[in-house]
Design a protein around this ligand. Sequence first.
Ligand code: EPZ
Length: 417
Amino acid sequence: MEHINISGGYPLSGEIDIHGAKNAVLPVLAATILCGDECVIHNCPQLSDVETTIEILCELGCRVKRENNHIIVNSGNLSGNFIPHSLMTKMRSSIIFLGAILARHKTAVVCFPGGCELGPRPIDLHIKAFRKLGVKIHEAHGFLHCDAKDFSPAGIHLDFPSVGATENIMLLSCISKGETTIINAAREPEIQDLQDFLNAMGAKVSGAGSSIIRIQGVDKLHSTEHSIIPDRIVASTYLSACMCAGGKILINKVNPQHLQAYLSILEESGAKLDIYNSSIEITAPDKIKNINMIRTSPYPGFPTDSQSIAMSMLSVAEGTSLIKETIFEGRFRHASELMKMGADIKIEGDLAIIQGVNRLKGTDVYAKDLRSGAGLVVAALGADGDTNIFNTHYIDRGYDRLCDQLIILGAKAERKN
Ligand code: EPZ
């Protein structure tokens, strides 16, 4: 069974570039179908979720070409308005094709999305918003039959600043008449990147990054080029890898503004950080300090996607740390795997109590989802002995050539069958 083998205890050194953000490239690729022409997207990482998105674009009739990290999409012949169950259930973000297809075709048929098992992942906020915008949605046998012929702009208040729902409303509303407003919108940098791309195609979207986004509908969009922002979660992963393995590394092509919450936790746990315009240098402390409480929350709060990585780091801190997971119910599944490595963690509902131990011990562990897999890699780098991390397909959803990058930094990591 394919796995990543890591021999722990080798301090890291050197420098790497951070690749484009998974959670930015996926909505931007979905948005390319809005212009009915050719778009060129730069800085696209090699990820299985990106490949799935390309499959969906082709299924809808687009012509797609990848040249290294550039993806060229021509949606001139967009014909389909149906995404097969097999593709829809491969990843959660497939749901944002709904807004894009309806904006172009006015009708769409999709099933409920899949993705990592992070507790229930409903789409009620998407459906509620779309119905408020005049979309008729009929559910039958697990499929949503949608009709946007009577779309009418409106003010939408999101009960929760959902990233996907915010993106879906932006995609549905930018080719329309009148102004749609999203109140309590998600503020993530990936939303801002989507706004920049939409506006480069001629849309009139403003406010991304704040909790109020305004979309002034236009008749048509046109082709453009766009470069995807760096992946802030991948950046936090490599910084924590250095914390656990020890040493000093430099990560380039990163936007430090996008990971402020994580950087402050790293400093509190003893890291020495030198922050430049598009690079961050980290020097690991001899011993990681505990953090009294980390509470995940929507951006600009501490990102839920970095929670498993922080737990791995705090498993070998001095003293007790608490992590409260407020975004997803099922997001502590890496804890049981860390306990196999000797971590002392107690889970009580949405609270993890982490009593730091001196060192973890290498063993066989299983990724339960994308970011739990990343957390296990981080833990293994500082553990005694060898760790084998299975279910690498989860990690491949969000990390481009993770092993290669770790080897550049001096880790003993290898992909094995
Ligand atoms: C996006 O997921 C990201 N994925 C996730 O990253 C990230 O963890 C999440 O935002 C939160 O930041 C992509 O961008 C592709 P949400 P999304 O809608 O849009 C509830 C990773 O590892 N909710 O903001 O699915 C939901 O259940 C992935 O890269 C509803 O209740 O997240 C969750 O508790 C994992 N009803 C919370 O809101 C809805 O209709 C946040 O969900 C929608 C969401």
